[in-house]
Design a protein around this ligand. Structure first.
Ligand code: ATP
Ligand code: MG
Length: 174
């Protein structure tokens, strides 16, 4: 049975709390558009693979037995509304180069092994609201939310009773 996998960076409890506060502040701006993403689902995607069989997963983990998690911090210093995806997210205008390098290496590996090919450039973001349609208002400026990269997860995405859930399959640290 294939699993839906992706690589991502988890958020510390402190960053999660700040983002929950931001969601609460934004709810009125969004005027009921969209659904709040639960904090348990906050993550920063590095590379999306899509469906991966057990055998492919074993090989993937063997290729990534070693991973150097970059020692970087980001400032989530702006909000973005991406109408095609229907999401509002916290993002940054300053992507640490070492994080982009890792994302590109993971995406290249995925493409070379027949998984998802990412055409869109790597834009670090945390999705805060989904299912947001037809937002007209400008999003407000925000107080930057600091985020330190400590770990990288290989995540499996599953449909649970309350919607999508992500679980860590393997975690790399420093
Ligand atoms: P749902 O699809 O149920 O609304 P979701 O998008 O959070 O929820 P997944 O589709 O399993 O869940 O995606 C897991 C992660 O991979 C998310 O961060 C998502 O943005 C990213 N992702 C999913 N599909 C793609 C894709 N085609 N290209 C790039 N990233 C993707
Ligand atoms: Mg999706």
């Amino acid at each position: 049975m294939a699993e839906r996998l992706f690589f991502s960076v988890p958020l510390s409890r402190i960053s999660q709390l700040e983002l929950i506060r931001l969601q609460a502040q934004l709810s009125s701006d969004l005027g009921g558009h969209g659904r709040v993403v639960p904090a348990a689902n906050f993550h920063l995607t590095l590379a999306f693979l899509g469906n991966v069989t057990q055998q492919q997963k074993t090989q993937l983990l063997a290729r990534w037995a070693e991973m150097t998690v970059p020692e970087v911090s980001l400032e989530l210093n702006r909000l973005a509304y991406w109408p095609r995806a229907g999401v509002v997210c916290a993002t940054t205008n300053r992507t640490p180069m070492a994080l982009a390098d890792l994302a590109h290496a993971l995406r290249r590996d995925a493409a070379e092994h027949g998984f998802h090919q990412s055409h869109a450039p790597f834009r670090p973001h945390i999705t805060l609201f989904r299912g947001v349609g037809g937002l007209k208002e400008e999003l407000p400026e925000i107080k930057p939310v600091p985020m330190t990269v400590q770990e990288v997860d290989l995540m499996v995405s599953v449909m649970g009773p309350k919607g999508v859930e992500y679980h860590s399959v393997k975690r790399w640290g420093r």
